[in-house]
Design a binder for this molecule. Structure first.
Ligand SMILES: [Zn+2]
Length: 377
């Protein structure tokens, strides 16, 4: 059955007509027609920091093919059409096994390969200070080690495109220079680095800040601290977890006002994202409570967050529906912006159609590689 859909590009505002025949994209071209009820079209979302989804954890070995496909399928319904599985601090052997595991899944399954556009390695070269390292295991945190990193990169099949490190280590500038010479993006995170160390890292090639405002000590110097120093540095593009729980609105507003459109939204989701509300057991932190709406806390103390449990789409929705960002900017910060930072161009055959209902984005169709993979009943 042939369907003609007239829609509005949510970033450029251009009118677009797409034709889908039997679930396949036939054409996509400019249009003159604006339908009465607006349908928006946007590029697929790209999540560059995701630790798991739908009960599947990218940091628990082994990750089996069917579980990974479940993540792909469920993220698609949320408009996320590519992502960077994020492997965090662990023993060298475990990191290597997980990276090999992800690479093998990509090599054996073209669908998985089409979704995994890189790997984010968050650690183990981060701050050993507990208040900055957070959930990362202190036992495995260490100074940057280029040889070890090369072993990680080999295990990943050269898929590591972003590494989060703390520049507080003495040899970090040397390590950062080697990364950037090899087209690996260095992001500053889980750190208590001084302003001098941050500036030295940027001079060596660091270009991002990982989940700015999280993975940081609770108390900081009022005038000079790792958040202000990174905000003040125009060469750094921060990512933020805009799930509505990790950062207060005022903090989000400050980041968006200072950095303008130079911000990336990430979910940083744990395996609990996409699951039903309930009490679960997490391998880090024990019992956790997931509330409807995606707030995840420790069971013992509900004031303590136990990670993020929403999709990237929820983050876009949060910033759009609370009027902190226009629809165009919110969608771009979760698609075009991260794509440009990691040197990916948007695939015109990957897109999402949605409507705005009650001030929230409601996905109605998803097309990946020219094939319709989701239609809202
Ligand atoms: Zn983190």
């Amino acid at each position: 059955m042939k369907e003609i859909i007239n829609c509005v590009d949510c970033i450029s505002n251009d009118l677009i007509q797409i034709v889908i025949d039997d679930g396949l994209l036939v054409s996509r071209k400019e249009s003159e027609i604006k339908e009465h009820e607006t349908v928006f079209i946007g590029p697929g979302l790209l999540d560059i920091q995701i630790n798991g989804f739908s009960g599947v954890d990218f940091n628990t070995f082994p990750i089996v093919e069917n579980d990974f496909l479940k993540v792909v399928n469920n993220l698609s319904k949320e408009g996320v059409l590519s992502f960077f599985p994020t492997v965090i601090t662990n023993s060298d052997t475990n990191i290597i096994n997980l990276l090999k595991n992800i690479n093998e899944l990509c090599l054996q399954n073209p669908l998985i390969d089409a979704y995994v556009s890189g790997i984010h390695l968050e650690g183990p070269f981060i701050s050993p200070i507990k208040e900055a390292s957070g959930a990362h295991s202190k036992d495995y945190i260490k100074a940057p080690d280029w040889e070890l990193f090369q072993a990680f990169q080999e295990a990943s099949g050269n898929r590591i495109k972003i590494i989060t490190i703390s520049p507080e280590w003495d040899n970090s500038t040397d390590f950062i220079s080697k990364c950037t010479a090899n087209d690996i993006i260095v992001s500053i995170g889980h750190t208590v680095a001084s302003n001098e160390q941050i500036n030295a890292a940027v001079n060596a090639g660091a270009s991002m800040s990982t989940h700015l405002g999280n993975g940081a000590p609770l108390s900081l110097h009022r005038n000079s601290n790792i958040i202000l120093d990174q905000l003040a540095n125009n060469s750094l593009t921060p990512s933020i977890i805009a799930d509505g729980f990790h950062l207060p609105d005022n903090f989000l507003n400050i980041v968006l006002n200072v950095k303008k459109s130079n911000v990336i939204l990430v979910s940083d989701s744990t395996m609990f994202a996409g699951m039903d509300a309930g009490v679960y057991h997490a391998h880090i932190g024990g019992k956790v409570k997931l509330e409807k709406g995606g707030r995840l806390s420790t069971y013992k103390n509900e004031n303590v967050l136990a990670g993020s449990a929403v999709s990237l789409l929820n983050c876009v929705n949060k910033l759009f529906s609370s009027n902190m960002l226009s629809l165009a900017n919110a969608w771009a910060m979760a698609s075009r912006k991260p794509m440009s930072i990691v040197n990916l161009s948007a695939n015109p055959d990957d897109f999402v159609l949605f409507k705005i209902k009650n001030n929230a984005i409601k996905i109605i169709r998803v097309v990946k590689s020219g094939k319709q993979i989701f239609v809202k009943a």
